[in-house]
Design a protein around this ligand. Structure first.
Ligand code: FAD
Length: 324
């Protein structure tokens, strides 16, 4: 998030061969193959607990893993393997991209990363900003990622909106920094969520409140949240708003318009190499709206893209085999 953060601008020598947006099975498989092809590889992942695989409590159909494991555990194995081949992994939210030039830029909450190629693997748990003020104030106090941004709100009052699985996970992180948190759920909190809330003394739940607007567009930063509770309009004066409403759209709100998408917002790719309409930009996994959404399919696409990036950078006609 841009708030109170001076973005690191990468030096020319920091140009990566490939920056991968998203650390789910698709992105990490791409990282394994790219790094193993000795490409300078960076994975930027917003939250290792928030992707479609990460929130899956038990997975029993991933080939070669006969014991039932949690998605989180399976992903940590992917990460270890990618890092063992030299891939770097940074936890940050991608806010914007500039993909047209030969050197592409990925603007994140931790700085700007430059790369010769970009692989988009951000999944399909994104959402279209729907609250009034949300889109305008994203990165100016509105965040979808506590692990990325909660520290900006040390000793400040914030609002947390929504009741998705990710909210349960991230509320504890926000609570470590914020002075007071107004939790505005959408619908009833589950028993698990209620027990999490009970352990956090700085959380005040507003169960009947409905958000009307995130305030501060004119000031260029969040100044409050306008809510209606029991028919009464009020303003919660907060400096930050963490939004965890459910959504299942492709996560592409950081795209710069140079990459072709379908009517449903999926990134259009060629099925062999996962190349997009923008040279040097590839997309894999759920963000491409696979007809079959399974971890192994996402991983296979990531593999193809990791190899395709190597081929693209070598300006080669064929992909390099990796078993010799
Ligand atoms: C509830 C549920 C149960 C499932 N069960 C199974 C199952 O049993 N077996 C199976 O094979 N498949 C299952 N799936 C499907 C499988 O999880 C997905 O097909 C697979 O995870 C897709 O992989 P992906 O890498 O494309 O996306 P994801 O796994 O969603 O990973 C995307 C990653 O990108 C990150 N990201 C998103 N936006 C940004 C951004 N702006 N900046 C930085 N990072 C970003 C996210 O934090 C996330 O880590 C299940 C899915 C769900 C939702």
């Amino acid at each position: 998030m841009a708030l109170e953060l001076s973005l690191r601008v990468a030096a020319p020598e920091d140009v990566y061969d490939t920056v991968i947006i998203g650390g789910g099975p698709a992105g990490l498989s791409a990282a394994i193959y790219a790094a193993r092809a000795e490409l300078k590889t960076l994975v930027v992942d917003m939250n290792p607990k928030a992707g479609a695989l990460a929130i899956t409590s038990k997975i029993a159909n991933y080939p070669g893993v006969p014991e039932a494991v949690s998605g989180e555990e399976l992903l940590s194995r992917f990460r270890r393997q990618a890092e063992s081949f030299g891939a770097e992994i940074v936890q940050a939210q991608v806010l914007a991209t500039s993909l047209r030039g030969e050197v592409k830029e990925v603007v994140t909450s931790e700085g700007v990363f430059k790369a010769k190629t970009v692989i988009i693997a951000s999944g399909a748990l994104g959402r279209k900003a729907s609250l009034k003020g949300e889109a305008e104030l994203l990165g100016k106090g509105v965040s979808y990622c506590a692990a990325c941004d909660a520290a900006f709100f040390r000793d400040k009052d914030v609002a947390v909106i929504g009741s998705s699985e990710m909210m349960t996970d991230e509320l504890g992180i926000v609570a470590k920094f914020a002075r007071r948190i107004y939790l505005i759920p959408r619908g009833k909190l589950s028993d698990e969520q209620q027990s999490v809330v009970r352990t956090l003394p700085n959380v005040e739940v507003l169960p009947g409140a409905r958000v009307e607007e995130i305030l501060g567009v004119d000031e260029g930063r969040v100044t409050g949240v306008a809510v209606r509770e029991d028919g009464e309009a009020k303003v919660l004066p907060v400096a930050g708003v963490f939004v965890y409403l459910r959504g299942n759209r492709p996560s592409t709100n950081f795209l710069d318009g140079s990459v072709e998408t379908t009517e449903d917002g999926c990134i259009a790719v060629d099925p062999v190499e996962s190349a997009t309409s923008q040279p040097g930009v590839f997309a894999v996994g759920d963000v491409t709206c696979n007809p079959v959404r399974q971890a192994v399919v996402a991983a296979a696409q990531g593999t193809l893209a990791g190899l395709a990036v190597d081929k693209y950078l070598r300006k080669a006609k064929r992909m390099r085999q990796q078993w010799d």
